[in-house]
Design a binder for this molecule. Structure first.
Ligand code: GDP
Length: 140
């Protein structure tokens, strides 16, 4: 297996409840290294662009409103098979389906306020990382 990078967002429900450190502990316990990290308040344009793939879905407006409702922490995670490894520790999108021991099972409040985002494929990981980080902001 190869060392990969993936893009993560700690969402507003988690920053609001002061859970950044607890989420980061679960990320690091899963063997992933946080090689880039910044706290930002997304603009509407940034959130719309980020979730453009869902633009036609009925929940798009709620999703953009939620993601701009408070600060988020954008991150680059690195490790063996990082994309799948992070999705494993995130748990299912709907927290009622998330397995025990996952971030979403531990902290998510609803399908919208579900604590974290993680890329789903190498192409989206590269694209999402490039939306928020320049090469010199990632230190492996
Ligand atoms: P993820 O990769 O597990 O975050 O899931 P997706 O990329 O499919 O969806 C992006 C985000 O949109 C999810 O994290 C949810 O917050 C939200 N979302 C996805 N599906 C639904 C849905 O059916 N209803 C609502 N309200 N939100 C959804």
């Amino acid at each position: 297996m190869a060392v990969q990078r993936t893009f993560s967002i700690i969402k507003p429900d988690a920053t609001k409840r002061n859970l950044t450190g607890k989420v980061n502990a679960m990320i690091e316990d899963a063997g992933l290294r946080i090689v880039g990290q910044r706290r930002v308040h997304l603009s509407e344009a940034q959130a719309k662009r980020f979730y453009e793939v869902h633009a036609e879905r009925p929940f798009y407006g709620d999703l953009v409103n939620f993601m701009t409702s408070g600060p988020v922490v954008v991150q680059v995670l690195e490790g063996e098979n990082a994309i799948a490894a992070y999705r494993d520790v995130m748990g299912a999108t709907n927290p009622s389906e998330a397995k025990p021991g996952t971030i979403r099972a531990a902290f998510a409040e609803s399908i919208d306020a579900n604590t974290v985002h993680g890329s789903d494929a190498p192409e989206t990981a590269a694209e999402e990382i490039a939306q928020f980080f320049t090469d010199d902001q990632i230190v492996g």
